[in-house]
Design a protein around this ligand. Structure first.
Ligand code: SF4
Length: 279
């Protein structure tokens, strides 16, 4: 057992090594053709994470964020699979973070990028970690690649409450700036929008993003995959006064999120940021 996450939201992390039958799977997400998930589980331990349904793969009943399994034969599988796959866009990743701390040791994401680059598969990276900068040398060599960062709030206190293992907000923004300066297409995913918390600091967050992303995607928070107990836990520990309002925004139909859509749309337009609200 080693400590996972950040020193703020410490969760003991159990690391495992597993083998997989396939690494480059067909994706059900509309804008991409394949997804590569080099790890099972995620040490970023986001309270709202929808990927916690992955616990059914041998981790039933375990706390989300308390285990990560590295797919140690993943690169061997990908080396065999990639030449057989028709050309299509690959997402890294859909149910784990490709640059969570364990990637420093296993380099499965880096190895995947190297193999995908050999055949010039178009790639989209989505992460909450500035470890992605380590792989700039490979990222630069792709014909088609983009890097997205998830940002749910501007205030790092929200990161400590809801995404304890992910990079601090300022480091994510700095990474976006660096990637953009390198000429890599970048985007931000503002989501899931946490009622009142995301809204607080939205103006300065968009000010920062205006200069360094090509577009912003926005999505609401959905209660699913059993994420509500962890959301409640984060709220009661870090935002007890906000908890009733937060929960009523989730239960109150679309009223809160309709208002948020209007606000964020106007703010993005004012800054000429291309955006899409996904809900
Ligand atoms: S970084 Fe993504 S996959 Fe990892 S816990 Fe957070 S939401 Fe889930």
């Amino acid at each position: 057992m080693i400590p996972g996450g950040s020193k703020d939201g410490l969760i003991a992390l159990r690391i495992g090594e597993i083998t997989c039958k396939t690494l480059m799977g067909r994706s059900g997400i509309g804008s991409v053709d394949y997804a590569i998930n080099p790890y099972l589980g995620c040490a970023h331990a986001c309270a709202y994470c929808y990927a916690r349904f992955m616990r059914r793969m041998g981790h039933q009943g375990e706390r989300w964020g308390s285990f990560v399994d590295a797919k140690v034969n993943g690169l061997e599988r990908l080396r065999a699979e990639a030449p057989r796959r028709s050309m299509g866009k690959v997402l890294l990743s859909s149910v784990t973070d490709p640059y969570q701390p364990l990637e420093r040791k296993y380099e499965l994401t880096r190895g995947s990028l190297e193999l995908l680059r050999e055949r010039q598969f178009p790639v989209s990276i989505l992460t909450k970690s500035d470890l992605v900068l380590r792989d700039l040398d490979i990222i630069r060599k792709f014909d088609t690649i983009d890097v997205g960062f998830t940002l749910t709030a501007y205030d790092d206190a929200a990161r400590r409450a809801f995404e304890p293992g992910a990079s601090p907000v300022e480091r994510r923004l700095a990474a976006l700036r660096e990637l953009s300066e390198e000429g890599i297409p970048t985007w931000a995913f503002i989501g899931p929008v946490l009622p009142y918390i995301t809204e607080d600091g939205l103006e300065p967050l968009l000010d920062e993003l205006a200069g360094c992303v090509n577009r912003v995607l926005i999505d609401r928070l959905n209660v699913k995959a059993g994420n509500m107990p962890d959301i409640r836990g984060a709220l009661s520990e870090h935002y007890p006064d906000l908890q009733p309002l937060f929960e009523s925004a989730l239960k109150g139909g679309s009223v809160y999120y309709d208002g948020f859509r209007r606000k964020v749309s106007e703010m993005c337009r004012r800054r000429s940021i291309p955006f899409e609200v996904l809900y």
